[in-house]
Design a protein around this ligand. Structure first.
Ligand code: PMV
Length: 321
């Protein structure tokens, strides 16, 4: 019997993180160089419901039933079984691998869920649409984040640049003029759950002040969409700088992220900001010809990884492989 394999990419948020949780729009794009992969093999000699799961990146090798009931991998399997009205999943071995750094603002948890859900639906011989895969991944995301906006599960499942606003139909962005982003690790893990709950506490304490920041971020994101549609990506740089400064106001940046953002700008980046939940994790810098100088300076100043990604309109890839 063949193996059932599915992948999902990493992602970066170009504009709008955190504000998106409060109903403002955000723009995210897939990072195809980073991938989560789920491979499922039937165990013909096993009994239904016997599911072995291994994820070497997190040193996990267990029977699914021995994982906590709210373990994200277990929840993902339960979601797919429940959606398809199955009491028991046929015996199988699931292997999860990922090149997306964990806790880094690059969408690792959503990508793992999305790949697992897609591979499992293929294994079960059921058709799940992208919307259904994304919705199931969203349910798993609630365990990671508490109150996810839904942007991560959408961008990694649809694998295309998205303009996302809660409650509105998803919009795929067509990138008129491709552009390049350097993605740099700050050397410290991010903590999206904590960042999201810190912002929520601040918003509850000072609603007007925080609402104003969210709507300023929303305006930046709307302007960015216009520039992307007009094929004017260089102008995104100053908007990234403004977005970073508002993320600082939200309290989700760190001294290290601020230093690296400034380093990228000084070395010639057109703009830079943290990306994702923050409190660590990654920053992104819009680059043109000065890419090597920006890369070198970031590494010299303590970035633990730097790589280039192109933002372009990507056609949807085949679903399960
Ligand atoms: O840290 P990440 O990659 O999971 O991104 C989180 C983005 C937030 O806007 C902070 C939260 C959300 O659910 O949209």
């Amino acid at each position: 019997m063949p193996a059932f394999t599915a992948t999902a990419p990493g992602k970066i948020i170009l504009f709008g993180e955190h504000a998106v949780v409060y109903g403002e729009p955000a723009i995210a794009v897939p990072v195809q160089a980073l991938q989560a992969r789920a491979v499922i093999n039937a165990v013909l000699s096993g009994k239904s419901g016997e599911i072995q799961i291994e994820a070497p990146d997190i040193s996990l090798a267990a029977d699914l039933k021995d994982l906590d009931i709210d373990h994200p991998l277990r929840v993902a399997v339960t979601e797919v079984a429940g959606e398809n009205k199955l009491d028991l999943v046929p015996a199988c071995r699931i292997r999860i691998t990922s090149t997306i750094p964990l806790s880094s603002g690059l969408g690792s948890s959503a990508a793992i869920s999305s790949a697992l859900i897609r591979a499992l639906s293929a294994f079960l011989g059921v058709q799940m649409t992208d919307e259904e895969v994304s919705q199931a991944a969203f349910e798993v995301e609630t365990i990671h984040h508490g109150t996810p906006s839904g942007i991560d599960n959408n961008v990694v499942t649809f694998r295309r640049p998205v303009y996302y606003q809660k409650g509105n139909p998803m919009e795929f962005l067509s990138i008129q003029t491709p552009f390049h982003i350097l993605i740099a690790g700050s050397g410290f893990p991010g903590n999206t759950r904590k960042a999201v709950s810190t912002v929520r506490e601040s918003w509850l304490t000072e609603p007007e002040r925080y609402q104003k920041i969210f709507s300023e971020i929303g305006n930046i994101t709307r302007r960015a969409r216009e520039l992307i549609s007009a094929g004017d990506p260089r102008e995104l740089g100053p908007l990234m700088d403004q977005n970073h400064s508002l993320l600082q106001d939200l309290g989700v940046s760190t001294t290290r992220l601020d230093h690296l953002v400034q380093t990228a700008r000084n070395a010639g980046a057109l703009g830079a900001k943290l990306s994702g939940g923050g409190l660590g994790g990654h920053l992104i810098a819009l680059v043109d010809d000065e890419v090597e100088a920006v890369r070198e300076n970031l590494l010299e100043e303590g970035a633990d990884s730097v790589f280039l990604t192109a933002v372009e309109s990507s056609p949807p890839l085949s679903q399960a492989e």
